[in-house]
Design a protein around this ligand. Sequence first.
Ligand code: HEC
Length: 142
Amino acid sequence: MKRIAGGLAALAVAACFLACRTEPEPAPESVVRQENPVAASGQVLDRAREDYRRDCSECHGAGGKGDGPTSGMLRKAPADLTDPAILAAVTDGEIYWIVTRGYRPLMPAFEGKLSEEQRWGLVRLMRKMSNTQPNSSPRSTH
Ligand code: HEC
């Protein structure tokens, strides 16, 4: 009985180690350095704004400031996507990977919901919101 309880506790710790960390999953090297395959065209940005309003604004806020209606319920505030200091420190590929795989457990993954093209379009939108350029030195090597 004692052994079972110990086993369960170890399992809970292991599960929390996997599910409770709030670091984004590091992007694979090939993605970190990948150039954004979609252009910053009006059409791409319009679609990204629509996707953003539907899927991101509840947490990150209508204007991207990290102040959406559900932001106060989270253990950690959603990132201010208009902050150049945050966005200038990551490559397009790293942003793409966060949107793709999420920022567990607080931010969901969008790979099953948005196409690759839509996710890269959101990267273009975040570059615009934060007024930053794609960065060539990834955060993963800082
Ligand atoms: C359920 C709430 C929630 C939703 C929905 C959500 N996010 Fe997040 N997001 C977060 C939280 C919390 C963080 C982590 C904050 C931190 O530590 O910087 C985060 C982090 C990020 C980051 C990382 C910023 C950095 O530190 O590099 C990006 C980029 C991002 N979100 C973009 C998006 C986009 C784009 C969408 C919509 C497709 C979205 N998020 C949807 C809550 C959310």
